[in-house]
Design a protein around this ligand. Structure first.
Ligand code: AMP
Length: 392
């Protein structure tokens, strides 16, 4: 019997999908429908033979793309669909079996994630219409961080902003931090370790995890807070907005655009948000690239040091995400900034642990791990768990 879960990550003009079997040795089918809503939408992916394909979809919307995706699953009808939903607010502390009430609650949270939640919901609604008999589960990026205590999630703002407008820190990348910290527990043999996890991709965040629970994290009300990212600034002085408005006459839309899309590694380097290109440029003497990498690593180390306050005991540090999994240089520089944590890097093993390899990269002392993230696998796991609990 087919026991795969179809994992869907729906953006405003794209759908990322993966058919995730229960047996990790069975291959996954995955792909991406993109340019939805334009006249040349297309679907790219791999089939069950491992062959890649590309299929034009014409002027497809989300529903047409979902039908095309299902036709590409080679007759393997999933047992359930797991949807990635960015923001679950305070309402969702874990994955939820989707019904009309859950859809309404996600809609209610849209004000907190106006770019993401409506697009995610579009996928949910289209999938429910197309496959009304297939159970669907919503897995939230924020849910893992609902275990944060008030001292970590409250801003020092007037109470009414929290009470009446839900303004607080939520945190994101929850499925990734949950996956790698549980994997670190399993690999280290520690039951419920104290981990600092660093998800370093195009978006970047850090997290303090104790006994499988998130105690603090670097992102806040939105995914803009925290460490430096590909094009996002991370933390800036909250007075910056007023300054740019008063001194330069910038609108709030322009400030938002610059902080989200023109800052971070791209803004600092004046070159690119791609760490691979920055590493090459730095080696060729590009001063902006060197500065961008230095600020990036320093701010990650500073964030990890700050988050260590949340943990009763620190067992080690876990790197993940495109940069965390592949850039031995970034791992080396971040570790070197934290000598007081008792981190000793095994430089040879560190250099070899790239391209999806999982491994321990310390030379004794506190543990250092590289753990490739598996957000799709984690969404499939949480989807299955929710269904099993509902059936029990
Ligand atoms: P993600 O969002 O997790 O896919 O990560 C994207 C980031 O990973 C980009 O900044 C890439 O430049 C970076 N990345 C991917 N491969 C490498 C690599 N081999 N070395 C350095 N950075 C990499």
């Amino acid at each position: 019997m087919e026991t795969s879960v179809l994992v869907i990550n729906c953006g405003s003009s794209s759908i990322k999908y993966a058919l995730v079997p229960k047996d990790p040795d069975r291959p996954r089918l995955s792909g991406l429908a993109e340019r939805l809503g334009s006249s040349d939408a297309r679907l790219k992916g791999t089939d069950s033979q491992g062959e890649s394909f590309e299929q034009p979809l014409g002027a497809a919307d989300h529903a047409v793309a979902l039908e095309a995706i299902l036709a590409r699953l080679d007759g393997r009808l999933p047992v359930a669909v797991g949807h990635r939903i960015v923001h679950g607010g305070e309402h969702f502390t874990r994955a939820a079996l989707i019904d009309d009430d859950v859809v309404a609650a996600i809609e209610h949270t849209a004000a907190l994630a106006p770019l993401h939640n409506p697009a995610n919901l579009e996928g949910v609604k289209a999938t429910r219409r197309l496959f009304p008999d297939l159970p669907q589960v919503a897995v939230f990026d924020t849910a893992f961080h609902q275990s944060l205590p008030p001292r970590a999630y409250r801003y020092a703002l007037p109470e009414a902003l929290y009470r009446d407008h839900a303004i607080r820190r939520y945190g994101f990348h929850g499925t990734s931090h949950a996956y790698v910290s549980r994997r670190a527990d399993a690999l280290s043999g520690l039951e419920g370790g104290g981990w600092l996890t660093a998800h370093l991709g195009n978006g970047c965040s850090t997290c303090a995890v104790w006994h499988g629970r998130s105690l603090d994290t670097s992102m806040g009300l939105t995914p803009l807070e925290g460490v430096v990212m590909g094009t996002r600034s991370g933390d800036v002085d909250p007075g910056l907005h007023a300054h740019l408005s008063r001194q330069l006459g910038w609108t709030i839309e322009r400030i938002d655009e610059v902080l989200n899309r023109g800052s971070g590694l791209l803004g600092l380097s004046g070159l690119t948000n791609d760490m691979r290109e920055l590493e090459v440029a730095e080696s060729e003497g590009h001063a902006g690239a060197a500065l961008a990498i230095e600020v990036f690593c320093y701010r990650i180390a500073k964030s990890l040091a700050a988050l260590s306050c949340a943990l009763p005991r620190l067992d080690g540090l876990v790197f993940t995400g495109g940069i965390g999994e592949n850039s031995a240089m970034v791992r080396e520089r971040v570790s070197a900034l934290l000598p007081h944590f008792g981190l000793q890097l095994n430089h040879t093993v560190n250099a070899e642990t790239i391209r999806g390899r999982e491994g321990r990269i310390d030379a004794g002392g506190r543990q250092l791990w590289v753990i490739p993230t598996d957000e799709e696998g984690q969404i499939a796991t949480e989807t299955r768990q929710r269904l099993e609990e509902t059936a029990a």
